[in-house]
Design a protein around this ligand. Structure first.
Ligand SMILES: [Zn+2]
Length: 336
């Protein structure tokens, strides 16, 4: 029996439920007695009240993070990204909420946008200075459903000097190899993934600066940059903005591409569609405690991310559409 229903059942057992009849006599309510009166229950009124009470108690057992928060109006959230997207975020199918989490590296302020009608991926936006990622996430959650989770940090990247996308470790041991982390942050990880519908993958949304440092550019993301962990697979078919070295889809796996037929096929699938790929080969030794590394090393779930150059929001939308096409493939491989 699933854990939550075990808890509810346990709650059920301990709760002395009584029904007070119209004649004032009390009747002890047990699961068996309730199941005996599916309809034509003699004490419908008090019985329903008792059940409502039970449901309220059961709801209380649901961890706070997973409870649907009250939906907020865009104006109620102090976040420039929300203000910039206020019109789109006013869409009635969307529910805005926010979470404050005290944990290592924090405190963390998370903004959550849920499509209340259409289930779908978790759209992850850990970097608050990447406006293109936030804007693409708002469009994606409206168009393709699911939930967007974004770190709010007054448009700055680092929270307390730490990268929010290098903080996915549940234990001190798991955090140990990750130099940039502020230690284990299970509450942060829990809150970040709380709304993830595990029937769907997680899609990371990112933007980066032109070129890469070693070649006189900025940042570290480029399909021109040779790297044994972030293995580049440029597409010969790429044109226009998709040909830009900073515009890529990132796949992640614990297996080297040459030993991973599904990984190889996924690289080819994107390259054939004119999309550059960076294949992140993660191991316990090179773990950076990123969301990608955490999900993959712990076999938690499938992850793919997009990167575009700062100032190129349209290409972020183009990559999101292509990634959704990839996720919707009947032979979608899941984790690579
Ligand atoms: Zn980023």
């Amino acid at each position: 029996m699933e854990r939550r229903s075990r808890e509810t059942a346990a709650l059920f057992r301990h709760l002395p439920l009584v029904a007070i009849g119209s004649d004032g006599r009390t009747t002890r309510l047990t699961p068996r007695r309730i199941s005996r009166y599916p309809d034509g229950m003699p004490h419908r009124g008090p019985l329903l009240a008792a059940l409502a009470g039970l449901l309220a108690l059961a709801a209380a057992a649901i961890p706070a993070a997973a409870q649907p928060a009250a939906c907020l109006a865009p104006a109620a959230i102090a976040d420039a990204d929300v203000t910039r997207n206020a019109e789109a975020l006013a869409d009635p199918v969307l529910c805005l909420s926010e979470r404050f989490v005290a944990d290592a590296g924090g405190p963390w302020h998370l903004v959550v946008v849920t499509n209340t009608e259409t289930p779908g991926p978790l759209w992850a936006v850990p970097h608050d200075e990447e406006d293109e990622a936030f804007d693409a996430g708002v469009r994606a959650v409206r168009l393709y459903g699911g939930t967007m989770i974004a770190v709010e940090n007054a448009d700055a990247r680092l929270v307390g000097g730490r990268d929010p996308n290098q903080h996915f470790a549940l234990t001190a041991e798991a955090a140990a190899p990750c130099l940039a982390t502020g230690g284990a942050s299970p509450a942060y990880v829990g809150a970040f993934l709380a709304d993830w519908d595990r029937r769907f993958p997680i899609v990371g949304l990112h933007a980066n600066w032109d070129g890469y440092r070693d070649a006189g550019g900025l940042g570290d993301i480029s399909v021109r940059r040779p790297d044994v962990k972030m293995i580049p697979f440029p597409s010969a078919a790429a044109t226009g903005r998709l040909a830009d070295e900073d515009t890529i889809v990132m796949l992640v796996s614990r297996t080297l591409p040459e030993e991973n037929p599904a990984g190889r096929a996924a690289i080819d699938w994107f390259n054939e569609r004119g999309v550059h790929v960076i294949y992140r080969h993660v191991t316990p030794q090179n773990n950076g405690c990123t969301l990608a590394d955490y999900l993959t090393l712990n076999a938690v779930g499938p992850y793919v991310s997009i990167e575009v150059e700062h100032g190129d929001p349209d290409t972020a939308d183009t990559l999101v559409d292509i990634v959704v096409e990839y996720l919707r493939r009947p032979d979608f491989p899941g984790m690579l």
